[in-house]
Design a protein around this ligand. Structure first.
Ligand code: AHR
Length: 490
């Protein structure tokens, strides 16, 4: 197969770095052990945060962090997590951990962001919190030192405001149905109430309102929410709409995806085919957005929870799951969907950073394993800030999935290609003139697609060197992910 690559970057499709974001919250050992070990821990840490996770976040090119949830945002009362003395509180959410520890709170989250270079994305508790509690938090985070909560932040050693731009108002309609978020107008009213407490302060903020979650089956929910908000002529509508969507056997619609490690060939293909629902979600939200275009700003999409959720990741098992090469291929193809829609997808968060669902790291005390998904992010990070390139092919192969992008200087092309076929390699040639040459080639591939990275065998799946320098007759092995960095030579 020949791939014809147009060298004109698509200016409308710049790949926003925040498409490589993560999210984490207070479930199982996601934060305690996975991120926070405390300053006195024997586990190597910087200011209480695991060193291996800090290094790994940077190496994987993770550019944004969403916190405190997820569902936990709907129950988070931020004042529990500031000050010298922190108390445990009851944890009302599913799972074995029934005590909510608060050593990791607002200031620790910003320490994490400073150390990893991640853009902070905060989610307000519109479910069980109040607008005034939100105002206090906003003031603690963004207020000057001469305000009540700004001065508390200063006393905690942070005189400068954190200047957070990204604020989610609510997590999802999915877990708060007791308070009627099935009703879009009920959510719209909360959205407006929370926005009103910071009124004119919202101008330079990026507000994320709810879009569709997976459970959602109220027809037209997003449209009705946007109708209500945009009817208030002077209110700021959402700068992004959030989408939550998990694929895998734990989720009703995707029983046909098999187990985390035990899956049939058909179940492998079913899980990859299901990624087309991510495209459908985006198309649906595009429609809602274009019906409610506000000339003052452009609404984008924040795909703020995505990943595979296998049936072994139950709440009893602290939603931990094993990952195989299939999870890496799933992550690669999902990222491709977000890049291809980078004119409207501005943020996306893989779920979650550590020890839960499609994590980047699995930790257990001293040990820290980089998952197959981690290696995909690491290999794909060259796409960030690049513009999408148009590519045509001379034959069809539905098993091949790829994205090509060009950096801002116009001297580097990054190509990532997935051969989904379980048995057949795929041979391609890149149609580029002699002014270009491959400078780096990497591959994620193992003979068995069910191979995993585990505590006992952490390096089964890594990003290895791929001995390919020539642009003709490149053979992409079966079930593999390849990346080429192609440089202009003259
Ligand atoms: O990621 C686990 C949970 O799944 C999140 O807390 C919630 O938002 C979603 O339903």
């Amino acid at each position: 197969m020949k791939l014809f690559i147009s060298l004109t970057p698509r200016q409308t499709h710049k790949i926003n770095p925040l498409i490589h974001s993560t999210f984490f919250e207070y479930f199982g050992s996601v934060i305690y052990d996975g991120i926070w070990v405390g300053k006195d821990s024997s586990i190597p840490n910087v200011e209480g945060i695991r060193k291996d996770v800090i290094t790994g976040m940077k190496e994987a090119g993770i550019k944004g962090a969403r916190w405190p949830g997820g569902c936990c945002a709907d129950h988070y009362h931020w004042k529990d997590g500031i000050g010298e003395k922190r108390y445990n509180r009851l944890h009302p959410m599913p799972g074995k951990v029934k005590v909510w520890r608060h050593e990791f709170g607002t200031d620790e989250f910003f320490t994490f962001c400073r150390l990893t270079g991640a853009e902070p994305i905060l989610v307000a508790n519109t479910a069980t919190g109040s607008p005034s509690e939100f105002l206090d938090w906003y003031e603690y985070v963004n207020g000057p030192e001469d305000t009540l909560y700004g001065s508390m932040r200063a006393s905690a050693g942070h005189p400068e405001p954190y200047n957070v731009k990204y604020w989610g108002l609510g997590n999802t309609d999915e877990n708060v149905w007791w308070i009627d978020y099935d009703n879009p107008v009920a959510y719209a009213q909360d959205y407006l109430r929370f926005l009103t407490v910071i009124r004119d302060l919202t101008k330079d903020l990026h507000i994320i309102g709810l879009g569709l979650s997976q459970r959602h089956n109220t027809p037209g929910w997003v449209g009705k929410y946007l109708d209500h908000v945009t009817r208030q002529k002077r209110a700021k509508g959402p700068d992004s709409l959030s989408i939550h969507h998990y694929i895998g056997s734990a989720k009703g619609n995707y029983k046909n995806c098999g187990g985390a490690v035990d899956f049939t060939d058909d179940q492998y293909y079913n899980s990859l085919d299901a990624i087309s629902t991510y495209q459908k979600d985006i198309d649906l939200h595009r429609g809602y957005i274009s019906d409610h275009t506000n000339p003052k700003y452009k609404t984008t999409i924040c795909f703020d929870e995505w990943g595979m959720w296998h049936d072994e990741a139950s709440w009893e098992n602290e939603t931990r799951q094993r990952q195989t090469l299939r999870d890496a291929i799933f992550a690669a193809c999902s990222l491709h969907v977000f890049y291809k829609n980078s004119d409207i997808v501005e943020l996306a968060m893989e779920t979650q950073l550590t020890n839960l669902l499609q994590s980047l790291f699995e930790t257990r005390g001293e040990e820290c394993v980089r998952t197959p998904t981690y290696y995909v992010f690491k290999m794909f990070k060259n796409h960030l800030e690049g513009n999408l390139l148009t590519v045509n092919q001379n034959t069809e192969n539905p098993m091949l999935d790829y994205v090509f992008s060009m950096n801002g200087e116009g001297d580097t092309i990054t190509a990532t290609l997935v051969n989904k076929d379980l048995y057949k390699p795929c041979t391609i040639s890149l149609d580029l003139d002699e002014k270009w040459e491959i400078s780096q080639s990497h591959i994620i591939h193992t003979e068995n697609v069910r191979t995993q990275n585990s505590f006992s065998e952490p390096f089964n799946i890594v990003d290895g060197e791929f001995p390919q320098k020539n642009m003709d007759n490149i053979t992409l092995p079966e079930h593999s992910i390849t990346r080429f960095v192609i440089k202009r030579t003259q």
